[in-house]
Design a protein around this ligand. Structure first.
Ligand code: SF4
Length: 287
C-alpha cells in the first residue's frame, strides 16, 4: 500500500451534469481500498499520475480547512456529494478521521450533503450525521449489490459485508433525520442478479422504511472493462465467456435487460419504493 499525503488547493469540485441531484463533489481520498472489480472511478487516477487505483491512495490532509474557507464564500447552498470518485469511509479513514473534520465544517455552515458508502465505518460518526441532519438536508445511501456475502467479498474485496451494511443502514435510518437509500448497483449478470437477493433487498428496504432504492445495471468501458474481466477470469472462470458474450459492447444485451427490469417491476409493486433518489431531496424545502 502506497499512501501519499497531499495538500489540497481546493475542496469542492463543481459538477456540470444536470442529471445529478447535487452541484458539488468532494473527495477526501483519491484511490479506494474497497477494490470493487467493477469500479467506474479507476480512470480518475490518470489525473493523479498513478495507474494503481486500489493500492496508491492520496490523502488530502487539509481538506476540512480548505472546505471551511470555500463554504464561507459561497452564497447559494447546494448539496455536496461526499466521494464521487472514492468511498469516503474506506479503511484508511479509520486512521485519518478526516470525515469527522469535514462533517464538523458542514454542521458549522448548515450545509446539505449526500454520501454513498460500502462501509460500516460511517457509524463511528453517527453523532455528527445526527447533528448535520438536524440543521441541513442529508441523504445517506449504502451501495449493496447482493445479499450474498460470499459474492460481495469476491467483487468488493475491501468493503464491509453486505449484511453489516444493511444493519448499519437500518441504524442510520432510525437514529438520524437523513433520508436513506439503497443503491442496488451495479447489477452484474450471473453474480448479483439472483432473484432471492433482489427480492430480499427490496423487502429489507421496505420493511425498514427506507426512502428509496435505486437499481442499476453494470456498464463496462476502458480500464474498468479490463480490470473486471481479469478479476472474473480468476474468481468466476465459469462466467468469463458468458459475460464477454453479454458485454460485447459497453452495455449488456437488451433482452437480458428487459427480463431483469420486468422482475424489478414486480418487486416495486410488492414493495412500493421510489427509484428516484431526487425524491429524497424534497426535504431541502423544509430547511
Ligand atoms: S467503493 Fe466505489 S470508489 Fe471504492 S472501489 Fe468500490 S466502486 Fe470504486
Amino acid at each position: 500500500m502506497n499512501i501519499q499525503i497531499i495538500q489540497a488547493k481546493s475542496a469542492l469540485h463543481k459538477l456540470k451534469s444536470n442529471r445529478l441531484p447535487f452541484p458539488y463533489d468532494l473527495n477526501i481520498y483519491r484511490g479506494c481500498m474497497h477494490k470493487c472489480i467493477y469500479c467506474y472511478a479507476i480512470y480518475s487516477h490518470k489525473y493523479m499520475e498513478s495507474d494503481d487505483y486500489y493500492e496508491t491512495i492520496f490523502v488530502k490532509e487539509n481538506i476540512a480547512e480548505v472546505l471551511d474557507k470555500e463554504l464561507s464564500k459561497i452564497k447559494e447552498k447546494g448539496t455536496i456529494n461526499l466521494g464521487g470518485v472514492c468511498d469516503s469511509y474506506q479503511p484508511l479513514e479509520k486512521k485519518f478521521k478526516l470525515m469527522r473534520d469535514v462533517l464538523t465544517v458542514l454542521i458549522k455552515h448548515k450545509w446539505p450533503a449526500n454520501i454513498s458508502t460500502k462501509s460500516t465505518l460511517i457509524l463511528r460518526d453517527l453523532d455528527l450525521w445526527k447533528q448535520l441532519s438536524k440543521v441541513a438536508p442529508v441523504n445517506i445511501a449504502f451501495t449493496v449489490t447482493t445479499t450474498h456475502d460470499d459474492i460481495a467479498k469476491q467483487i468488493e474485496r475491501g468493503a464491509s459485508s453486505s449484511t453489516s451494511r444493511l444493519e448499519a443502514a437500518a441504524i442510520i435510518k432510525k437514529e438520524t433525520f437523513a433520508t436513506l437509500g439503497i443503491h442496488l448497483m451495479p447489477i452484474i449478470p450471473y453474480l448479483t442478479d439472483h432473484k432471492d437477493s433482489l427480492h430480499d433487498l427490496y423487502k429489507f428496504a421496505y420493511d425498514h422504511d427506507f426512502d428509496y432504492i435505486l437499481p442499476g445495471m453494470m456498464y463496462l468501458r476502458g480500464q474498468t472493462r479490463k480490470v473486471f474481466f481479469q478479476s472474473i477470469r480468476q474468481t468466476h472462470p465459469q462466467y468469463h465467456t458468458k459475460l464477454q458474450h453479454m458485454y460485447q459492447n459497453r452495455e449488456f444485451k437488451r433482452d437480458y435487460r428487459t427480463h431483469l427490469y420486468t422482475y424489478i417491476g414486480q418487486l416495486r409493486k410488492q414493495y412500493p419504493l421510489t427509484h428516484d433518489a431526487k425524491q429524497s431531496h424534497k426535504q431541502e424545502k423544509l430547511f
